[in-house]
Design a protein. Structure first.
Length: 170
């Protein structure tokens, strides 16, 4: 997300994206400090202030798009503004809920091996195979992220005694 914002500012020369990046960076910094102080969320006034500033910057982005600029960045910038507006609550839910990560790196890492498989093999043999792969991958990733050894989890799965949700979260 932040790379998108930097690229946009570099390509177009428009200031809204650099200001937007700065707003996000300062909010992440404030959140880290709040977590260190033991807080679990921002005050409602802070959240509303963030939303107001972010929406103002997105509106400024639409206005700046109307000005003449580099044509090669126009489509990228338009799509960026559309995505940020359409999925605003999803992109910035981490501002209201400190239990959520500020990036989607974990989700991207979870998909990396599937994308590698697709690059190497081109596809799965059939839809059923893809579903089996997804179920097993989900099981292993869930165990790993919750501190359960993957080999232990797989051996339990193979003997017909998979680790269940209550075991994972205890």
């Amino acid at each position: 997300m932040q790379r998108d914002l930097q690229k946009n500012s570099d390509d177009t020369g428009h200031s809204w994206s650099a200001e937007f990046k700065s707003l996000i960076s300062s909010t992440i910094h404030d959140r880290k400090n709040a977590v260190v102080r033991g807080e679990t969320s921002f005050e409602p006034e802070y959240v509303e202030g963030f939303k107001h500033k972010a929406n103002s910057l997105l509106a400024a982005g639409w206005e700046e798009r109307k000005k003449p600029g580099r044509a090669d960045a126009a489509n990228f910038e338009r799509l960026l503004l559309i995505r940020r507006g359409k999925y605003f609550d999803s992109y910035f839910s981490w501002v209201e809920d400190f239990s959520l990560p500020t990036t989607n790196n974990l989700a991207e890492r979870g998909l990396r091996c599937i994308k590698s498989h697709m690059k190497i093999s081109g596809q799965f043999a059939n839809v059923t195979t893809a579903r089996y792969y997804a179920v097993i991958k989900s099981y292993i990733e869930t165990c790993r992220k919750n501190g359960i050894n993957e080999m232990f989890a797989l051996s339990r799965l193979c003997v017909g005694n998979p680790i269940n949700v209550s075991e994972i979260f205890n």
